[in-house]
Ligand binder design. Sequence first.
Ligand SMILES: Nc1nc2c(ncn2[C@@H]2O[C@H](COP(=O)(O)OP(=O)(O)OP(=O)(O)O)[C@@H](O)[C@H]2O)c(=O)[nH]1
Length: 486
Amino acid sequence: MNNPHWLNKTRAIILFTLMLLTAFLIISWSSYEVARQSLNDEIEENTLPLTSDNVYSEIQQDLLKPIFISSLMAHDTFVRDWVLVDREEDPAAMIRYLGEIDRRFDTLFSFFASDKTRRYYDPKRVLETISEQADRDRWYFQIKAMGDDKAYVIDARPDPEDPSHLDIFVNHKVMDYQGNFIGITGIGISVQKVRALIEKYERRYNRAIYFIDKTGAVVLHGTTFKRPLQIRLQPGLSQLATSILTVPGGSYQYDDRGRKVLLNTRLIPEFDWYLMVEQSEHPLQRVLFRTLIKNLGIGIGVSALFLLLLWLTIGGYQRRLEYMATTDKLTGIMNRQAFEYRFQRLRGQNLDENGLLSMAIIDIDHFKHINDRYGHGAGDRVIQHIAHLIQATLRRSDSVCRWGGDEFLVLLKGCRGDEALARMETLARVIEQTEVSTDRAVIKVTVSCGVAEHRGMENLDALIDRADIVLYQAKQAGRNQAKMRD
Ligand SMILES: Nc1nc2c(ncn2[C@@H]2O[C@H](COP(=O)(O)OP(=O)(O)OP(=O)(O)O)[C@@H](O)[C@H]2O)c(=O)[nH]1
């Protein structure tokens, strides 16, 4: 009888568990997604562009300085006059001038290449003579051939004294007062210095920062940069390369082997390079994820607590309902419904085991009279007392039920009719000898019993009918006795 209820309870708890966990999961996950999305939007729309602006404006001071210096040199009347008044026989003045530039502006290397003599001056000496045939001098002729709209070119080329060392050169055309090309001047800055600058920004803003030229080649990067030196070869970024390189700047997202990367680009027109600022994971994203896990943990904890309380509450209610549905309120013994169920079970067992089963109906004698004389409350006390005596006198294996009014039914398992009759006789004697004390009186009570042995497939109504007939006979025979159906 307990099992189906227990199963129902378990099923209800599992259902609640699933509902609660699903609700917690949906709520936690959706709030995490909303927070993550707004953080991403914030990074994409504000933080990254802001970093890009900051880096750009700082880099302007550091990287654009060489452009200003070389422009200053190219327009310096000393440089132009020195060429025009034919003072190239006196290189010392130019060498001193270049040395002075390095000293004043703290540049790595300044130079002047004269178109008339093709001499290349540095701050120490006349370094070489530029030759149209030499590969390494090709830059000179390319710049000379450039249109008038472009005054300078930024170029990364090996240091002439240490080819393994890359330097960035700002090469500025020098024109005479009539606009004729008379040479190239400029300065070099160390790549190492720029790299240190990039790393400084990377550390400060916690982002990856690098520069690409208009072909997508990575021209400058920090030491932690461990990717192909061409964005067209970078996983995820390669698909964006064309759109990045055709506009002056923008915000992008790409997937680098499962890692989402947010990217902001910005063209630096003076260099014709793009400043690339990337962010793969914001520290707040980790905090958000930890919060999600914490929320889920709290959710599971609260669910577990709630379900435990629910389990106990349902269990309590279920037991109460079960008790109410199967127990007679006045006496606390089995009621009709429970007895019918018990009879079905015992009958089933009896058929299987070929065993014995008997039934007795017990009816209080002249109960109406007790009610009338001592009141309904005293009647109730008598019913309770008789119920108690039946239980106390019979075996634990006998099932006792209040069938209604002053009538009780007893199922005696493993009992032949005559054995059951003997037990009922004993019971009648016990009851006869006891008294029921009430507020108003001490009442003596007797009972009459009808006994019948269960036969084969006989149902409860038929068995009761047979026992009832002998009960009637017992009443007729003077009450306070038990009789059995032959
Ligand atoms: N106090 C009380 N009385 C009840 C209850 N249920 C039924 N009764 C009364 O019990 C009486 C039963 O009377 P009967 O069994 O018909 O007759 P009796 O007076 O017992 O006479 P016999 O059975 O012939 O000995 C009725 O008067 C009912 O009103 C109950 O729960 N409490």
